[in-house]
Design a protein around this ligand. Structure first.
Ligand SMILES: Cc1cc2nc3c(=O)[nH]c(=O)nc-3n(C[C@H](O)[C@H](O)[C@H](O)COP(=O)(O)OP(=O)(O)OC[C@H]3O[C@@H](n4cnc5c(N)ncnc54)[C@H](O)[C@@H]3O)c2cc1C
Length: 491
């Protein structure tokens, strides 16, 4: 008889696990706290505009292809490669840098301040490529049953990589490039992991290889939320029911087996097997009441930064800017060292602006543009009060207007703001940390909250705060690893 699986959370990890399992004959049901699927990969429709709320591009497209192949389906959305990947603008330099994956085109922009950029970049990417290929299958795409098996696996990684565990991303970039422009632009990708180049291990320079060389970045035709719509439609075809507006808050179980999860209305949801797509650390503490994950203990862990995101509909076009754009100040090191904890950085914030209507005309009315801003901010532990959010958002709008030479404030016809308070409350993200647990040395691999439960042998986890970590391709790998465990389960 087929086994029942209950999945808590309809984020990318939950949705993809549901389809993998349904295709293998499991009877799957999802319960989701919100009224829509997607989790952080979500959408706002307002005032005639459509906005993606979180992710705006993805890497490692082959993980999506591999997922579709495993499920025996055509990928239910289409995507295209970004070239340039994005632009970078500094407040003290009028030049806009275009991040092309063609190294010669990229190098031409650094000609005046980084002599030999192309060969330096080639060497840097050769090193980071080696790191990627030597770790991806062995460490990132592997389940670890114990600390012992993790350390045995690490011993199989080429020992030449050992120093990158003890060096920062910034130090590694500094070894290769001498100009501040090259160092800052190349190390920017560390922010995509939710920390800074100064507190991210050099092992993550492998991200430079994934962005420039290996597979690049991709946008989804029609907007990122098409991923979710496509998956939900495949799940419907496979009779997977998603029960929305249902938040899991409690449980019943015996000493080693979970019997049911209880929602906030007191209803019990029984199943043979449970997969948790809610944050793997937060859920263990809040719902299972585990001491190791009490609020006090969670506060001692390393979390990724919070995000202030806002979504603007404007009644004009902005031909002067590109699709994906970063706006940096002139104090990178000082800024990065403060951004996680010190709200003072919001005096002169760094931010990212995505203009989805550049490539997807359906997300804004004719003659209009939809804009999505992301600004790194301290999480709620370091800035609990967001009463000043309008003033902060207005200062970013002013700065952006100044930089592009057009005042957009009078053009705004739609505005939605998410502070870490909204990110926390909508998706149960601890202290509003945008990407979940950080990827520091003691919080990766088997040292991250495991994808199997310590107590209940029929409970598993998929998502950003378990192995392997944050980002859309990692959510796919995480669901694959959790499903492998479920298939091997003997109950
Ligand atoms: C601003 C921002 C920008 C980002 N940009 C990118 C990007 O460009 N590229 C990229 O690859 N990644 C990006 N990411 C990261 C990416 O969004 C996440 O890593 C990924 O979406 C996480 O997926 P997940 O499976 O962990 O689930 P989540 O998205 O966390 O979903 C979990 C789901 O569980 C639900 N849930 C939680 N608790 C309960 C409960 N108790 N009961 C019921 N339901 C519950 C939540 O409501 C949610 O729907 C970004 C993230 C943010 C915040």
């Amino acid at each position: 008889m087929s086994k029942n699986v209950l999945i808590t959370g309809a984020g990318l990890g939950g949705l993809t696990a549901a389809l993998r399992l349904a295709k293998k004959g499991y009877k799957v049901k999802i319960v989701e706290k919100n009224d829509k699927a997607g989790g952080r990969l979500n959408q706002i429709k307002k005032d005639g505009f459509t906005f993606d709320t979180g992710p705006s591009f993805f890497s490692m497209s082959y993980e999506f292809e591999e997922f579709a192949k495993e499920c025996g389906i055509e990928l239910p959305f289409s995507y295209h490669r970004l070239d340039p990947l994005y632009t970078v603008n500094f407040s003290d330099n009028p030049q806009t840098f275009f991040l092309y994956s063609d190294i010669d085109k990229l190098a031409a922009q650094f000609a005046s301040f980084e002599p030999g950029f192309a060969s330096k970049m080639d060497r840097y990417l050769a090193d980071s490529g080696k790191l990627f290929h030597d770790t991806v299958d062995l460490v990132i795409k592997n389940n670890f049953d114990s600390l012992f098996s993790y350390f045995i696996t690490l011993m199989k990684v080429n020992p030449v990589h050992l120093p990158v565990l003890f060096r920062s991303f910034w130090k590694e970039v500094k070894r290769h490039f001498s100009s501040k422009e090259a160092r800052q632009i190349i190390s920017l990708v560390a922010f995509f992991l939710g920390r800074t180049p100064f507190d991210t291990m050099a092992i993550y320079t492998l991200l430079s290889y994934t962005e420039f060389k290996h597979d690049g970045y991709y946008n989804v035709d029609g907007g990122m939320y098409k991923i979710v719509e496509g998956l939900v439609s495949e799940l419907e075809k496979n009779h997977v029911n998603i029960q929305y507006n249902t938040e899991i808050t409690g449980f019943t179980g015996n000493h080693d087996k979970l019997e049911s999860l209880t929602d906030s209305a007191g209803k019990k949801h029984n199943a043979d097997i449970f997969l948790i797509n809610s944050d793997a650390a937060w859920f263990r503490g809040k719902v299972f009441g585990r001491k190791k994950y009490s609020v006090k203990k969670l506060d001692k862990m390393n979390w990724t930064m919070g995000y202030l995101t806002f979504y603007l509909g404007i009644k004009c076009k902005l031909p002067e800017i590109h699709h994906h754009n970063y706006y940096l100040g002139s104090n990178y090191e000082e800024y990065a060292n403060k951004v996680m904890k010190n709200p003072g950085t919001l005096q002169k914030p760094y931010y990212y602006v995505n203009v989805p209507s550049k490539h997807n005309s359906s997300c804004a009315p004719e003659g209009c543009e939809s804009l999505f801003f992301v600004c790194p901010v301290p999480d709620l532990k370091y800035k609990p009060d967001w009463d000043d959010k309008d003033a902060i958002v207005n200062s970013i709008i002013d700065d952006f207007s100044l930089r592009i030479g057009k005042d957009i404030a009078p053009e705004i016809v739609s505005k939605t703001i998410y502070t870490p308070v909204e990110w926390q409350n909508h998706f149960n993200l601890f202290r509003g940390s945008g990407l979940g647990l950080a990827h520091s040395l003691w919080q990766i691999g088997a040292l991250r909250p495991a994808n199997f439960d310590e107590k209940f042998k029929n409970v598993f986890y998929a998502g950003a705060s378990t192995h392997p970590g944050a980002g859309l391709p990692m959510a796919l790998i995480s669901s694959k690893l959790a499903c492998k465990r479920i298939e091997n389960l003997n109950i």
